[in-house]
Design a protein around this ligand. Structure first.
Ligand code: AMP
Ligand code: FE
Ligand code: FE
Ligand code: ZN
Length: 294
């Protein structure tokens, strides 16, 4: 649409900014949902989603506080799935965070992550590094336990010189102390999100997915693709936008901000226009309408 033909509302949804990929301390982010929303307010973001790894505990508190601040909060999650022998991340949005099936699955994953952390700690011990499970749990509190927390404790215990060395030498993929996670297939994850009334997106496809895999994943029924991500080049973003047009899919995007854990806070540095959220909401409304007619 030509810019001069736009109504105030049209230009507003283009001018207003959203960040739909943020991690809180409920996974491996540094900030609480309250702190994230306060930053979002300062940065003038009109909508955000907290997409913790395999954890939806941010949803309730974030929704309530977002109402107070006048920010739109979108329920979100980043699910780890398993596809062609590799870890593949799927983003879920707009689901009912009280959905029993989804909550049961999240509880199950929290427990699985604890068991996996224990196995990694055992392997570290066999490789000469002694760290305490309770310290790792404390580090992760109140969120789900992951390798970033193990890496932090390894540094504190003096087993490695820095966070990155922990991954490079011990706990990174294909390293001696790596332990896989319990992973569902993308199709199962898409179904789980869809049953809870939400939409699924392939997260950061530019990182680790080749074109053929991407097309196969699109066939598994995702609603969209994350086009904007800090590790996507402008060319990749353009390419993924063409792809979603071709397959009539939705677009998502955001900063993948983990707070200061990853040296600087990326929130506000990478955003998407609010019309992306408007489009998502139109599709969610259509889905709910169809479900109610069944
Ligand atoms: P987990 O879900 O426990 O497997 O941990 C995954 C997280 O660990 C990712 O989201 C990253 O934050 C971090 N991570 C994974 N691999 C590396 C790596 N090679 N270097 C630094 N961080 C990593
Ligand atoms: Fe992460
Ligand atoms: Fe991810
Ligand atoms: Zn992420």
């Amino acid at each position: 649409m030509p810019v001069n033909n736009m109504s105030n509302t049209d230009s507003d949804v283009i001018r207003r900014k959203a960040d739909l990929h943020i991690h809180s301390f409920f996974s491996d982010g540094a900030y609480s949902p309250i702190e994230i929303l306060e930053q979002a307010k300062q940065l003038n973001l009109c909508a955000i989603s907290i997409t913790d790894h395999d954890n939806i505990n941010a949803c309730l508190v974030a929704r309530n506080y977002a109402i107070e601040l006048g920010i739109e909060y979108i329920a979100g999650v980043e699910l780890s799935t398993y596809y062609n022998n590799a870890d593949l991340h799927l983003l879920g949005y707009f689901f009912d965070y009280e959905n029993p099936e989804l909550n049961q699955y999240m509880d199950f994953l929290q427990e699985e992550r604890k068991q996996r952390a224990k196995k990694i700690i055992d392997r570290l011990f066999q490789n000469g590094i002694k760290i305490d499970f309770d310290c790792v749990l404390k580090k992760a509190y109140p969120g789900s336990v992951g390798r970033p927390h193990i890496a932090d404790v390894m540094v504190e215990a003096g087993g490695v010189s820095d966070y990155q060395s922990a991954f490079n030498k011990y706990i990174g993929d294909h390293c001696p102390c790596y332990e896989p996670k319990y992973l569902i297939t993308p199709r199962e994850a898409i179904q789980l999100i869809s049953n809870a009334g939400g939409l699924s997106f392939i997260a950061h496809p530019g990182l680790d997915i080749d074109q053929q895999k991407l097309i196969e994943l699109i066939d598994s029924g995702v609603d969209g693709v994350e086009t904007v991500h800090p590790r996507h080049s402008p060319q990749q973003t353009k390419h993924f936008r063409k792809l979603i047009d071709k397959f009539n899919l939705l677009e998502s995007g955001g900063s993948d901000c983990h707070g200061i854990r990853k040296k600087e806070s990326l929130m506000g540095k990478l955003t998407v226009p609010y019309y992306i959220v408007v489009k998502m909401k139109q599709i969610v409304a259509q889905k709910h309408h169809l479900l109610n007619r069944k």
